[in-house]
Each structure stands twice: as C-alpha cells, then as structure tokens.
Design a protein around this ligand. Sequence first.
Ligand code: ADP
Ligand code: MG
Length: 244
Amino acid sequence: MKNKLFEIKNLNKKFNDGTLALNQVNLDIYEGITIIIGPSGSGKSTLLRTLNLMETPTSGEINYKNKNILSKHFNINEHRKEVGMVFQSFNLFPHLTVLENLNIAQKNVLKLDKVTATNKSIFYLEKVGLLDKKDQYPGKLSGGQKQRIAIARSLCMEPKVILFDEPTSALDPEMIGEVLLTMKILVKLGMHMVIVTHEMGFAESIADQVVFMDQGEIIEVGTPNDIFTNSSKKRVIEFLDKLT
Ligand code: ADP
Ligand code: MG
C-alpha cells in the first residue's frame, strides 16, 4: 500500500477578480506518479501551485504527510525543500553557468559549502545526461537541454516530491522526447511526482494515478486505464476525443 502524500479537502480558490479557479476540490495524492489533465483554464496550475503554497487557497484544507500546510505555524520554507517545482519556462539565471545555476540554491537555501554543492550538481547533471554542459551558459543550450538542467537543479535540492507544470509545452516538438525521457529517469530514481501535462501517451505510460479537471472541479480520478480507456464521464471522453 502506497503512503499518502497530500490530502486535499473542500479546497476553493477564488481570485480577486471573482474567478473561481478551484471549486470544492477533494483529492488524495499518493506516492508515485500523479498526472493532472484537463482543458486549458480548468484549474490545473492553480491546484499544483497550492501544493507548495505558491498560491494560497481561499478555503479548505491541505495536509502533507498529515500536517496542515495552511496552518499559520507551518514552515513554508522547509516544505518547499521537500516539495520542489519545475516550470514551463525554465527560470535559469542567464549570467551563471550551468554548474553555478545548480550550486546557487544549494548554497543559499541548503547552506551547503561549495565542494559539497558542486559534487551534488555533478551527480545530478550526470543523471540527466548533461554533465558535459556544466561550464556552458544557458543561452548556449537548446530548450530541451535547459529544461533538463532545470530538472537537475530541482533534484539538487533532494526533494521528496517534484511538481511539474507543463514541463514540455514551451518546447519545440523535437525536444519534447528528451525531456519526457529525463522524467522517466526520475521515476526510476524513485522520485514522487505530480505532473500537469498534455502529453497523453507519456501520461498513460507512467501514471499511477490520473486526475481529470474541468472548470475548477475534479471530474474523475483513476488509473490510466480507468481514465484513458474506460471513462464513462462525458467531459473526459469528449476531451480525449478532441486530442486524437
Ligand atoms: P490551467 O492551468 O488548467 O490552464 P489555471 O489554474 O491557470 O488553469 O487557471 C484556472 C482559472 O483561473 C482560469 O480561468 C484562469 O484564467 C484563472 N486564473 C489563473 N490565475 C489567475 C490570477 N492570478 N488572477 C485571476 N484569474 C486567474
Ligand atoms: Mg496551467
């Protein structure tokens, strides 16, 4: 039996302009790979961002490993060390080399010395297959390589869980494969991941749990087979039909 990571209860997010981005969301996220799919504007990013408190919900509950992350005594910085995030746009510092990009957060956040940080950076650059780029500047790299560096940077923080928000949607088609392959390496490393993606083949091949959202609500949760093959929900079937 897999352990539960997040327990989300009656979660709502209303933005200042009145948009209801999350509407009574209830969801348990277990160890392993959770994929969130659904139409644009359905609340996928908002839900993901509440998990490391980049977005504060309006009401409801989020527990991480049985701790209430919305409590005012909760240590957000400690939580973000455990729950990392990889964005659509890689957010690398252009004036720093790849190695310096990987070292900087380890120095600032984890307070590691340079030798320890560098050793860890080298270890994870090797894992994503880009050790030979360590002295390059991000401007010299392809989009796919930048995203793999961003993944290595996240791994250097040694999180328990990594959240991915459409990690391949800013990439040219020929670069998507290498990033998905890198994410499959993380699965082998035993990393727990919550991934928002439109790459359905990838989702189906690696997910333990698939979540379908529409209009701020969770419509269906199940195994890849439940969602991609056997769904009886109209909105799920229509969404998947449109993609093929
Ligand atoms: P998705 O990631 O599924 O495309 P989002 O979570 O980004 O959806 O957005 C859900 C809804 O919330 C959309 O209607 C979007 O326009 C709205 N929204 C997202 N961020 C903001 C914001 N900062 N202010 C107001 N509305 C927002
Ligand atoms: Mg989004």
